[in-house]
Design a protein around this ligand. Sequence first.
Ligand SMILES: Cc1ncc(COP(=O)(O)O)c(C=O)c1O
Length: 387
Amino acid sequence: MRSHDLRAKRVPLLLPFMLVIGCGGGRTPQPAGPAGMAPQDPHAVAQRLSQRFERVPLAHLPTPLEELEVMTADLGGPRILVKRDDQTGLATGGNKARKLEYIFADAQAKGADVVITWGGLQSNWCRQTAAGATMLGMRAVLLLSKRDDSEVVVDGNHLLDEILGAEIHLLEPGSDPAAIAEEIAVKERAAGNTPYVVSVGGSRTGGSMAQPLGAMGYIQAFLETHQQALEMGAEPDYLVIATGSGGTQAGLVVAAAAIGAETKIVGISVSGSAESIKENVANIATQTATSLGLGLSFQSDDIIVFDDFVGEGYGKLTVGTVDAIRMVARREGLLLDPVYTGKAMSGLIALAERGYFDEDDTVVFVHTGGTPGIFHYGDDLLEWIGR
Ligand SMILES: Cc1ncc(COP(=O)(O)O)c(C=O)c1O
């Protein structure tokens, strides 16, 4: 660990999973918190999770929590740490590995031999699902939606899907992937196979997934990060993440509330409006807490999401995103992708510049992966970075 001198709120090295309350908030009013039962010991939450849900080991865990010391100094605080969930393994890493540990356990319990899911052409979710299926002896059927009529170039995640041997169906813009997935499932059943259908991102229930299993992976991730941060001398004031289908943020939100941590979970939208994502995350979080018997429920107002960094839409470069990618690469030697983590980091930097965080806060940037997507944006990135 590199030395760091920007902390007034350091707490001494603490015993594993010992709970530290009260590191104050940022300058912006924060949600009041969910209704529900008293905070629990992190061990008890971890135990509850493992007793109620099977998980099949697919990810490299724990992932490191590292200092971004140069960026911290460049921004003049807050203290910035990075949770390296880009290092989870499963065909180049990312947040979906943790989700898939619970989802594939369910698929195995249901006797599945083929998993059917969907996403965009550059879906990180689909790539990691294809890798997990192969590791567990299942087939993967991926429905990859084109966003427009331009010619399909097989690169980035799509290239890795091909290398992994997934069965790929390209869908025209405007298709209904959920309906097509069900049609394929019917054919698989008729052929004597047992399909498991799971929606994009593994966040929402539906298809074969009756409970929000993707979010369970991020309960565990929060407990892991919280413990690592305590060992590095601080309870995180904020976790900042890219948020899309919402399961990652929901899992983090539930775990923070369950143990009574003061940590605020800040989602940076990569596509939707803050209102719609907050509602979605609150629903998934309530379902997740209910599945775990935590007695917590969440409203939209309990969830923090910024949608000011989306730019022209999902997957569209913004000046802030490219600046963040360049800054983090050239100051820290760390790679971010243009669709998710670059946008999330552009949000973190802008929020720091706006004074959203206090100088002595500890902010954990959760690096959720997306690395293969970089290669889809080669020419654009070169042009924008060199501008
Ligand atoms: C790299 C990366 N980061 C973040 C996210 C957002 O996660 P979630 O869909 O759980 O909100 C995704 C989702 O596809 C992703 O691929």
